[in-house]
Design a protein around this ligand. Structure first.
Ligand code: IFM
Length: 444
């Protein structure tokens, strides 16, 4: 495993780093940008652990050119970023904002000039506040608003980006945003969450169809956060709880997209919380995908009686309290490969929050380096066993605004000093750069 190099992977494998708009851009109301639900949520007392917000973040909006130089210096061939919908369409409907689009046009052109493929995400959670005021993702009308926005992005950037992802992690938007309420917009209703997920799926399918009709040449797909579930014990109660967790966390998200159906058992269990589905919706959702993006961070161990204690595994635990389990990524990919006819897979996010050891001009983060190394090996193992994976993106390029955890949790392979905005490559970034530089003869 440790002897893996870049040449252990196909020559055209995509190696990248990933970010999202709200987490790094800052410039919260520059050049006509509208407000997003995360701008609003950050003002709710107690919503963000360190009471911070995204107003400055990494100032990437101002520093994009030198940030692109830094990305290029890593030697990656792809960069995954998201477009802030309210930056390019302040109210989420009606007029588009040319100044906002200019930022992304410069970014995309700057990437291409540096030989880096742009991987664009349309929705990494920062819905325009004006749409939330009309019900947001719980309202069916938002579906068409998203299709209009997607088409405008495709018209302006679709010929230059390699890939367009509709939504990042619909589970997070639906469940954390609308059921537990720990993320924006902070609602707490399972029924609403289920309807939100349906509207996200529908808007995905309709946007993909509409962008294809425009002749958009980019690969089109969606990104899901998925986790393999394992029962804590073989007891019937744990096994049944595990089945439910697999249905609600994975099948509910994968099967409408790939098969055009909701899993029957869960649908029945939802009772009156089941989604309102209009005739034709499921056919619209199930569109051919050029890729399925998977964000993987940890496995899920399910215990019916009480939450499973992550320390029981004996594995390291990240600063988020997440178990480090690279084998879980292999297991997840193999199970998906076994259960579904998959489009090509991209690992669109993988990484870990750990505390850095800052020593003069150096930043030591051996645990993050080991995490990334171990997960790249886990991807390789799944590929060896027959799964088609086309790329891998580290989450994240920078330390950034980690949603309700604020800035205290650092996922970056590049450290950001938030007082000075200085960027420093951590040891994990140096390792990734060296890994990507390997050019031993033979390849593959
Ligand atoms: O920071 C997030 C990202 O925005 C979406 N996926 C998970 C990451 C770590 O929590």
């Amino acid at each position: 495993m440790t002897s893996l190099s870049r040449n252990s992977f196909p020559r055209d494998f995509v190696w990248g780093v990933a970010t999202s708009s709200f987490q790094i851009e800052g410039a919260a109301d520059a050049d006509g940008k509208g407000a997003s639900i995360w701008d609003d949520f950050c003002r709710v007392p107690g919503a963000i652990a360190d009471a911070s917000d995204g107003r400055e973040a990494c100032q990437h909006y101002q520093r994009w050119a030198t940030d692109l130089d830094l990305i290029a210096a890593l030697g990656v061939n792809a960069y995954r970023f998201s477009v802030s919908w309210p930056r390019v369409q302040p109210l989420g409907s009606g007029a588009f904002n040319d100044a906002g689009f200019a930022f992304y046009e410069n970014l995309v052109d700057g990437l291409l000039a540096r030989g880096i493929k742009p991987y664009l995400t349309l929705n990494h959670w920062d819905l325009p506040s004006a749409l939330q005021a009309q019900g947001g993702w719980s309202e069916r009308a938002t579906v068409q608003r998203f299709v209009d926005y997607a088409c405008e992005v495709a018209r302006r950037l679709g010929d230059r980006v390699s890939s367009i992802c509709t939504h990042n992690e619909p589970w997070v938007i639906a469940v954390l945003g609308h059921e537990t309420g720990i993320f924006a917009p902070g609602l707490k209703s399972r029924k609403v969450a289920i309807q939100v997920a349906h509207h996200l799926f529908l808007s995905h399918g309709m946007a993909v169809t509409a962008m294809r009709q425009l002749g958009c040449s980019a690969d089109l797909g969606i990104v899901l956060n998925l986790s393999p579930v394992e029962a804590a014990t073989e007891s019937p109660a744990d096994r049944e709880a595990t089945r439910r967790a697999h249905d609600s966390g994975l099948r509910w998200y994968v099967e409408p997209l790939l098969q055009g159906v909701y899993p029957g058992e869960m649908l029945a269990e939802l009772g009156e919380d089941a989604p309102t589905v209009m005739p034709g919706d499921m056919e619209k959702i199930r569109v051919p995908l050029d890729f399925l993006g998977i964000n993987y961070y940890m496995r899920t161990v399910v215990s019916a009686a009480e939450p499973w204690d992550v320390k029981a595994s004996g594995n390291p635990v990240t600063d988020m309290g997440w178990e480090v389990c690279p084998q879980g990524l292999t297991a997840l990919l193999l199970r998906l490969h076994r259960d579904y006819a998959l489009p090509p897979i991209l690992i669109t996010e993988n990484g870990a929050a750990f505390k850095d050891e800052v020593s003069g001009a150096e930043v030591h983060d051996i645990q993050r380096q080991a995490y990334i190394q171990g997960h790249i090996a886990a991807v390789h193992e799944a590929m060896r066993q027959g799964v088609r994976v086309d790329g891998y993106f580290v989450w994240s390029l920078f330390d950034n605004f980690e949603w309700s955890s604020g800035y205290a949790k650092r996922f970056g392979i590049v450290r950001v000093d938030y007082d000075t905005q200085q960027r420093t490559l951590k040891d994990s970034a140096l390792w990734y750069r060296n890994f990507l530089r390997a050019t031993a003869a033979g390849g593959n």
